[in-house]
Design a protein around this ligand. Structure first.
Ligand code: PGA
Ligand code: ZN
Length: 428
């Protein structure tokens, strides 16, 4: 049973304050977590409480910390850490707002995560094996696998001072036979891309928020070209090392148009989709995230219809929200769901979203945030819930490598199978 819950202000990988929390159980086990935070935050995400004012430029989280210490700690004291659904429900009910805006989703999530980790510690088993069914029922865990990683090589958008408009250029090592091999292969691609960037006058030593390369390349397609060339130089066939992008288009929407400021273009959604379809014909582009704005259901469905072979992944579109995923399924607005627990506000909510997506036949990608922390529970979540894919950033910066390293540990110690290439959405 839960004894003591204590929260405090800590720092995320961008150096901004975030909520840290420790849940101690009567049996002596404890769980500690430091919650992540995004930059290209979707409008439909659970609400993150920030203090405003002058401390830390307004990014302080003292109010969320106080909510944990003064309200949630007494609320959950004496409850069983294994009853995560009940704890999360009690916290959500206590906040009272659907998007947890009264006390903050960062406060609620800190409690949910620390409880989950404390329960895992008490079980004396790997965390991934203690998570149970993501839907919260008694269906038993989904088949645990080591997820296929989607790894950032080049960044733009809100993660890199808008060097190019598109936020994320990634690779998916579809030909890898193990997670360790996947990471090794992607590191090699990154090194080749870094060299190409230096040759073109970029600065490969400077890294973006998620550890990726970045430079003002003049156009989005120039970044795609750089990536394709890096893959080729590293000696990989396009079907063994493919490309993914996260457009994060909500950041580019102006009225009904998509504005590519970096190259001075203003396009209608249909013109924009023509451009993207062209890319899928010229590059080994297997996954496209948030191709249009977060409320453009029509555009999302059109994109999914026009690119059936491609994984069409909804991040801000779904915001890890059950109602939005239901709508996306019924309107075929995508074929894959990105799951970020802090968009949902609790582990239980995120699990329900993931299970709903899986049950609908959508692919699932568990994701870190651009402002992340040294925590590794995300890797266990991806494994234990059978998410299929994971997106954590690049192959450097410790908040990223902590997650990769946890997956390497699970592969080496627990000997689970690597998910392989079949987990992507789309018909390719
Ligand atoms: P964010 O970016 O954490 O800044 O929202 C990640 C993503 O858009 O996938
Ligand atoms: Zn995204």
């Amino acid at each position: 049973r839960i004894d003591r819950t204590v929260a405090w202000e800590a720092l995320d990988s961008r150096g901004r304050p975030t909520v840290a929390c420790r849940v101690e159980l009567e049996n002596g086990a404890h769980g500690r977590t430091v919650v992540p935070s995004g930059a290209s935050t979707g409008r439909h995400e659970a609400h993150e409480a920030r203090d405003g004012g002058t401390r830390y430029g307004g990014w302080g989280v003292r109010s969320a910390v106080a909510a944990v210490n003064d309200e949630y700690a007494p609320l959950i004291r004496g409850m069983r850490a294994s009853d995560r659904a009940e704890i999360d429900a009690a916290v959500e009910e206590h906040d009272g707002e659907p998007n947890l805006s009264r006390l903050g989703a960062n406060a609620a999530l800190a409690v949910s995560l620390a409880t989950t980790v404390a329960h895992g510690a008490a079980e004396n088993r790997p965390l991934w094996s203690t998570l149970g069914d993501p839907a919260g029922g008694d269906a038993g865990a989904r088949r645990a696998t080591i997820p296929m990683p989607m790894i950032n090589i080049f960044s733009g958008g809100a993660h890199a001072g808008r060097a190019v408009d598109i936020q994320d250029f990634l690779v998916v090592p579809l030909g890898a036979q193990s997670f360790a091999q996947a990471l090794e292969q992607v590191s090699d691609v990154r090194a080749h891309c870094a060299r190409l960037l230096d040759d073109r006058g970029g600065w490969s030593a400077l890294v973006a928020d998620e550890g990726g390369l970045s430079a003002r390349l003049g156009s989005n397609e120039a970044a795609l070209e750089l990536l394709a060339e890096g893959i080729e130089r590293a000696g990989f066939a396009p079907d063994a090392m493919s490309i993914a992008i996260d457009v994060a288009a909500s950041q580019l929407v102006d009225g009904d148009d998509i504005v590519l400021a970096g190259q001075g273009d203003r396009l209608s959604v249909d013109e924009w989709l023509d451009v993207v379809v062209g890319w899928t014909e010229r590059y080994p582009l297997v996954s496209i995230e948030d191709v249009v704005g977060e409320d453009d259901w029509r555009g999302s469905s059109a994109a999914t219809r026009r690119m059936p072979a491609t994984q069409m992944l909804g991040d801000d579109l779904f915001a890890t929200n059950l109602d939005r995923v239901d709508r996306g399924v019924s309107e075929s607005a995508a074929n894959a769901v990105l799951v970020k627990v802090n968009q949902a506000g609790s582990v239980s909510r995120a699990g329900r979203v993931l299970a709903r997506a899986q049950d609908a036949g959508f692919a699932t990608v568990v994701s870190a945030r651009s402002g992340d922390t040294e925590d590794t529970w995300l890797s266990d979540l991806a494994v234990g819930w059978g998410a299929g894919q994971i997106k954590v950033g690049s192959t450097m910066r410790s908040e990223r490598t902590a997650k990769w390293n946890r997956l390497l540990e699970i592969e080496a110690i627990d000997g689970l199978p690597f998910a392989g290439a079949s987990v992507l959405g789309g018909t390719a």
